[in-house]
Ligand binder design. Structure first.
Ligand code: PXL
Length: 274
């Protein structure tokens, strides 16, 4: 199979093991050329650190796109994560339209545990709907899916609640949904992969303690496996197993509270992809 080349658009949190500092090594370890467009540069991520610096790079995006178009540069997929500001979303849509020859995979990366991340508000959510509802694959957690659909967020739920969220996302225009963090018992969690014709659920162990950055680790491994020709269901399972192994490698290290130690597990990820 030809080497695939993807573009990922998300922030650089210089310290904190999320967004581009996990996407670049993880997708590269899957044998996929990984071009990047930083949406913002932050001194650290915003979940747990205080006093971080932020430089939004939205203003650079139109010129970068123009240059790529002039050079005839195309990508086999575009995967977006945390974007710095709502102003970027139209620029990102245009970059996808003009440079992406394959799937647009959108992780809304804006909320967790029932709450928006500090940088975002409902105006951002409304802009993000445009990207998600025109995506080939939208990859939210339950909180993000609730913000996108207006469904009430619940900590405890049943399968009909989850199917309601998934159907609302599909009805709004997403072609495929990969919904993470879906668990029906206290010690299990999992991922749903759904299109209008299919529904798949992969369940795995849930650790009581969560780790920062695992949404980005998961999405990156999904993109890496999917771009290797794995089905969405296979890619979702591989990404889940990889993320669990990264957590297992981190949970006993209290000093590593800001992210997961994924580096020693990269070799196993390439083996899982085969
Ligand atoms: O992992 C999501 C993420 C990405 N980038 C920044 C963040 C977060 C989560 O808080 O703060 C800057």
């Amino acid at each position: 199979m030809d080497t695939k080349r993807i573009l990922t658009i998300q922030d650089i949190s210089c310290v904190g093991q999320c967004s581009l500092t996990v996407a670049l090594p993880i997708i590269s370890a899957c044998g996929v050329e990984t071009c990047i467009l930083p949406s913002a540069v932050l001194s650290t991520h915003t979940a747990g650190f205080t006093g971080f610096t932020v430089r939004d790079l939205a203003d650079d995006m139109p010129a970068i796109e123009k240059h790529w178009v002039k050079e005839g540069i195309f990508f086999d997929a575009v995967y977006t994560g945390y974007l710095g500001s709502k102003e970027q979303i139209d620029y990102v849509s245009s970059i996808i339209k003009n440079t992406c020859k394959g799937p647009a995979i959108i992780d809304p990366a804006m909320a967790d545990n029932g709450k928006l991340y500090p940088a975002f508000d409902m105006a951002y959510v409304n802009e993000m709907k445009k990207l998600c509802f025109s995506a080939d694959v939208v990859l939210p957690n339950i909180t993000e899916a609730c913000f996108l659909t207006g469904v009430e967020y619940k900590e405890i739920y049943d399968e009909s609640y989850i199917k309601g969220i998934v159907n609302a996302l599909l009805a709004s225009g997403a072609k495929a949904v990969v919904l993470t963090g879906v668990g029906y018992t206290p010690d299990t969690t999992g991922v749903v992969v759904a299109t209008k014709d299919s529904y798949y659920y992969y369940r795995h162990h849930r650790y009581a303690k969560s780790c920062h950055g695992t949404g980005d680790v998961y999405a990156s491994a999904f993109v890496g496996a999917y771009m290797n020709g794995r089905s969405m269901e296979d890619a979702a399972r591989i990404a889940a197993d990889f993320t669990v192994k990264c957590m297992e490698n981190t949970l006993d290290d209290a000093s590593h509270w800001y992210g997961v130690k994924f580096e020693p597990i990269l070799k196993q990820l390439s083996q899982m992809i085969g």
